[in-house]
Ligand binder design. Structure first.
Ligand SMILES: [Ca+2]
Length: 243
């Protein structure tokens, strides 16, 4: 009897030990798994953070460089304004003209014809919806003393042709290294025109966004990065010097 009780006690003790060992082991694994996950998370976070930091750094650096290096030409706007982008070639690096509002022979945006108060179905317009466009114009040679950038577009909020959220011009001599020339904006008059037509039926309001530099730059390649809303309709890109 004593032996049996001892045996039962032993079995109980073993069971309890095994149970404890099992739950401990399980718990250990769980916490190991959790700590691995959190290590992976923090690693991902730190990668993301350092990526963000390096992007911020490079943005700051390029902004710094563009301030220091590129604005070196005096501008006299009493002289004759010349559009050096006229009839020059260009490429879409992002965004594609919609086939229904196509870019005729890839010339529409530098053919000198500006859309004025005409419907979006008119061939003067190039319509893009698929992605925010990036357009690079090749001036054919390095042009010194570039002063103005003008982009002509259509505003017709019914249906969904709106002004861009952002439009920035970059300049480059080699097509590889670009410097920010600045953001194009709308004049008070242009903004007023767009505000009025928002409540006017059938507006077909054309407008321009412009950048007029205090000091001119030189470039062979000019890149326009456009952050669009829904549809974007453009008719002409002008890059001007005063001589
Ligand atoms: Ca045109």
């Amino acid at each position: 009897m004593k032996k049996l009780t001892g045996f039962i006690a032993l079995v109980l003790l073993l069971s309890v030990s095994l149970f404890l060992l099992g739950s401990c082991g399980g718990g250990g694994n769980e916490s190991k798994a959790t700590s691995q996950t959190s290590t992976a998370d923090s690693k991902a976070e730190s990668v993301a953070t350092s990526a963000e930091e390096s992007v911020e750094e490079s943005v700051e650096e390029s902004a710094e460089e563009s301030k220091v290096d590129i604005f070196t030409y005096d501008i006299d706007r009493t002289k004759t304004k010349t559009n050096v982008a006229l009839n020059k070639t260009y490429t879409f690096e992002a965004g594609t003209p919609d086939p229904n509002y196509a870019d005729e022979e890839n010339k529409t945006l530098t053919d000198g014809i500006i859309g004025e108060e005409v419907a979006y179905t008119n061939a003067v317009w190039v319509g893009v919806q698929d992605a925010s466009p990036t357009i690079v114009i090749d001036l054919g040679e390095v042009v010194e003393g570039i002063a103005d950038f003008d982009v002509h577009m259509l505003y017709q909020p019914q249906p969904t042709i709106k002004v861009p959220l952002n439009l920035v011009a970059y300049v480059s001599e080699d097509g590889v290294t670009y410097y920010e020339a600045g953001a194009l904006t709308m004049s008070e008059e242009e903004i007023a025109g767009v505000e009025i037509t928002e409540t006017t039926p059938d507006p077909f309001a054309s407008f321009a966004m412009t950048l007029e530099l205090e000091k001119g730059v030189k470039a062979q390649y000019v890149k326009f990065e456009i952050e669009k809303q829904n549809w974007l309709f453009m008719s002409e890109f002008e890059i001007s010097t005063y001589e």
